[in-house]
Write a protein that binds this ligand. Structure first.
Ligand code: ADP
Length: 477
């Protein structure tokens, strides 16, 4: 794509285009509404306003018919509103405004046909008044007429008519139209341009973010998502920055793991191979030596099995294949069972296990997974012990809670590493008493299982003195 193509091509799905489209649309809708109100409805609005006014005056005057200043009221409204107000009798003679000629000769101001047209529905009692538009042949504009019944005086019925001209609003509309055309073109132009810049400004942080994310995608982890524009984008930037840090950590740790795992796989395999060769070539006939060599082969195979198992557990956990199966678990029994699995270490390396159990100690959990937690904790206590090979396992029930402690007198953990040890693949450097032991997954697996159970957990440790790994669960009765 050339630079020119890029400039011309508009991405209709982009936030910027949509912002721009909606802003412009919004301005257009407002203008259309304005046009409709001003031009289409102005005529109707004007007419209904006049009808309302004339009806109000007519009804008021009818109600004032018997009052002494009735005539004054008529005069007042005629002048104030510029309306033609007349009172006629039932034969169409003009009674008010008073005029000598008319008083003497009593000419009819309304012929019978017009009178019937105006008042027939009022005479036969269907309604008290009517408001309608009449086009008088000698007048240019249509006239709005109010015709109503006033009352009976000396056996004569009197009626009132109010006439007002409906001036055409066309000339006003013409002026408005011209103004509106100018206003519309101007405001549409301004809103299109303004919304273009606004949308560009609004979408900029997202565009920047996407550029940064692309860099991340192409493997550049040394980036940071910029903040400081909008709260929502700031939150997103925080999340993405966090994700980047985590990603970087994971990648670092994976690199470490591959290095560790290859080393951890190679070492036992080399040992197994060389001991196998030794048996074949040297110790084959010497039972004592041979058994010793076979023992080494078995131990190294066990190490390999642990490593492979840890990796399997990890991948199962990370793909969430495992569901938790809650049943009441007797922590004392489970722990005793696991401690038995370390019988070999006890005899061979002289480890001492102190079991200190108090109460029933039944908790709700997944037995297999809790076994794994306890196994990993004891295994670490053994791996990170020094000369003092005493491991105390305390399980105590108190206030409806069970607390499990695995306490060793080993190498301990530095305070600034207490949080990191729970991370996957994390291994404290420089302090491994047995460098080939462990994958850095044991505590990560422990943490995941305990969190799945919603158990509180943690570690208290002092460098050089030992560690106490614990978890706390609710009891089941
Ligand atoms: P590993 O397989 O290396 O033991 P873990 O996840 O079980 O991995 O433990 C992570 C790190 O935490 C270990 O490498 C070790 O440095 C430290 N650690 C774990 N348990 C203990 C302990 N009981 N005493 C001292 N350090 C420990």
């Amino acid at each position: 794509m050339t630079q020119e193509d890029k400039l011309i091509k508009v991405d209709r799905n982009s936030i910027m285009f949509k912002f721009w489209k909606y802003f412009s649309g919004f301005a257009a809708i407002i203008l259309i509404a304005l046009w409709l109100l001003q031009i289409v409805f102005l005529n109707n609005f004007y007419e209904s306003m006049k009808i309302r006014e004339v009806t109000k005056i007519g009804n008021y005057l009818r109600s004032e018919y018997n009052s002494p200043d009735f005539e004054y009221q008529i005069l007042n409204y005629s002048q104030k509103k510029g309306m033609n107000i007349e009172v006629i009798d039932e034969e169409g003679h003009l009674i008010y405004p008073f005029n000598w000629v008319e008083a003497l000769f009593k000419p009819k101001v309304m012929d019978e046909q017009t009178f019937n047209e105006f008042f027939s529905s009022i005479i036969n009692g269907k309604e008290k008044y009517r408001v309608f538009v009449v086009k008088f042949p000698n007048l240019e504009n249509p006239t709005l007429v109010y015709a109503g019944y006033l009352g009976l005086t000396d056996d004569v019925k009197y009626y009132i008519t109010i006439k007002t001209s409906l001036d055409p609003v066309d000339s006003t509309i013409d002026i408005l139209k011209k103004m509106l055309i100018i206003v519309s073109i101007l405001s549409l132009g301004v809103s299109v341009v303004l919304s273009y810049f606004m949308s560009k400004r609004l979408s900029k942080p997202l565009v920047d973010m996407s550029k940064t994310a692309k860099k991340l995608g192409s493997g550049n982890y040394d980036i940071s998502f910029r903040k400081g524009d909008y709260t929502e984008i700031d939150d997103l930037a925080d999340t993405l920055n966090y994700a980047t840090t985590e990603l970087t950590k994971t990648i670092e740790m994976r690199k470490d793991l591959i290095a560790n795992v290859s080393h951890d796989l190679k070492t036992p395999l080399t040992v197994i191979k060389s001991y196998g060769e030794m048996i074949r070539d040297i110790s084959g006939n010497n039972e004592e030596k041979r058994n010793e060599h076979i023992e080494t082969i078995i131990r190294e195979s066990d190490n390999l099995t642990t490593l492979v198992n840890d990796l399997l557990d990890l991948s199962k956990m990370e793909s969430n294949l495992e569901e938790i199966n809650f049943i009441p678990v007797d922590l004392k029994n489970t722990t005793a069972k696991i401690v038995n699995r370390f019988e070999f270490q006890k005899e061979k390396d002289g480890y001492v296990f102190n079991l200190d159990f108090k109460g029933d100690c039944i908790v709700l959990g997944d037995e297999k997974k809790l076994e794994q937690v306890i196994y990993n904790l004891i295994n670490n206590a053994i791996n990170y012990s020094k000369a003092e090979k005493i491991i105390t396992i305390k399980i105590e029930e108190k206030d409806n809670k069970v607390r499990f402690d695995c306490i060793d007198k080993g190498i301990g953990i530095k305070e600034d590493e207490l949080e990191d040890i729970w991370e996957r693949f994390y291994r404290v450097r420089d302090n491994h008493t047995r460098p080939s032991v462990g994958t850095g997954l044991g505590l990560y697996i422990v943490k995941n299982i305990l969190e799945l159970h919603n158990f509180e957990y943690g570690v208290n440790s002092q460098l050089g003195k030992g560690s106490d790994f614990y978890f706390i669960a609710d009891t089941v009765k």
